[in-house]
Design a binder for this molecule. Structure first.
Ligand code: TXA
Ligand code: MG
Length: 341
């Protein structure tokens, strides 16, 4: 574990981490979205260790991280005009583009697909590491497969301790939810995973943008493997209540009372605005930030889900976010997936 200043990371520490990556080691590091588990993208053996450490199915491809669009060129068959424009606007940042891949990218990275996902992260630690390593770095989120993504080094330790070579601890990540994944490899551009860059911002440059999010439930024949419905889940089952605020709070209270009466141990994951109302239920409550501040909810959501797990209840009750914000779509998506059994 190497602790670094998140805005001005120590050069020595970055050099050690970069050397390890170049040599085929597994290094977890912070990005602006979540912590990634990095490995040399062109080193097949290193990539196989990433899948093993995460217990990730080989059918779920990895995102390759680069510093600039130029670094992405050798990885793709062609760089469409729209990809250049999107990179100019959103890179470095939380936008992942799926493009037709070149033969340089190992099959294990792309799960045998004819495409590769690429992004240039903006976090100073991620950038310093990539600049120093001078290699493309494949990095899935640094959690065990299907668990909530890690937004702090402690989450990486909890999931992967003893399975990886190094953790660069740059404190809590900023956004807290993963990058937006957009497929530019077909005739029609499509959002595969809503994320930190919202559809509205992308639609300005891609008027024909669609969304391909109909989640599949099995591992076979997935249009995008990351669309597996169940994902980002705590170990405890999650029940999501929908509707407007008053309706959803009412449903949650009734659900909590009925379950408590049946002897269940209920944990409520609550917006700050609901604390006083839900606090009277006599169940365990974890706060996930103010509904009026979706950016704060996004940055705390995964940590809050992990905290709920630690309380050891039999169920987690939560309600959908109703406020409109560029991050609301991504929050809603993660809440839904956490709640799939
Ligand atoms: O914010 C992020 O994107 C973080 C940080 C570390 O960069 N990374 C991340 O990676 O969330 P991961 O592996 O947890 O999620 C990658 C997603 C998965 O849903 C995967 O299926 C999808 O990207 N993906 C990767 N390559 C793809 C491809 N060629 N075609 C379609 N989907 C792809
Ligand atoms: Mg992940």
């Amino acid at each position: 574990m190497l602790r670094v200043d998140p805005t001005r990371p120590d050069r020595e520490a970055i050099a050690r981490a970069a050397e390890l990556l170049r040599a085929g080691g597994l290094v977890a590091f912070p990005t602006e979205t979540v912590y990634g588990l990095g490995a040399h993208a062109l080193d097949r053996a290193a990539i196989l260790r990433v899948f093993a450490a995460k217990e990730r199915p080989a059918t779920d491809p990895l995102i390759v991280h680069v510093v600039t669009l130029d670094d992405a060129m050798p990885l793709v068959e062609e760089m469409p005009r729209v990809a250049r424009d999107l990179a100019a606007r959103f890179w470095p940042g939380p936008l992942t583009m799926v493009l037709k891949r070149s033969s340089r990218v190992p099959d294990v990275v792309t799960a045998g697909l004819g495409t590769v996902a690429i992004r240039a992260p903006s976090h100073p630690v991620a950038r310093a590491l990539l600049e120093r390593a001078r290699i493309p770095v494949a990095a899935p989120s640094a959690n065990l497969f299907s668990r909530p993504s890690p937004t702090r080094a402690a989450h990486v330790v909890a999931d992967l301790n003893g399975r990886i070579d190094m953790i660069v601890d740059g404190g809590a990540t900023d956004v807290g939810l993963e990058s937006t994944v957009i497929d530019l490899s077909g005739a029609v551009p499509a959002i595969l995973r809503p994320g930190a860059i919202d559809a509205g911002a992308l639609q300005q440059m891609l008027p024909g943008l669609t969304s391909r999010r109909a989640a599949s439930t099995g591992a076979a024949a997935m249009p995008s493997p990351g669309m597996l419905a169940k994902h980002y889940s705590p170990k405890t089952p999650v029940v999501l209540h929908g509707g407007d605020r008053a309706t959803a709070v009412g449903l949650m209270k009734r659900d909590a009372r009925q379950r408590t009466a049946r002897g269940e141990s209920v944990v409520v994951l609550a917006y700050t605005e609901d604390l006083s109302e839900l606090g009277t239920l006599g169940v365990q409550v974890v706060e996930m930030g103010a509904e009026a501040r979706p950016d704060a909810v996004a940055s705390r959501l995964y940590a809050a889900l992990r905290e709920c797990d630690e309380l050891g209840g039999s169920v987690i009750l939560v309600r959908d976010i109703t406020t409109s914000h560029p991050l609301s779509d991504a929050i809603r998506d993660r809440l839904r997936r956490a709640a799939v059994q």
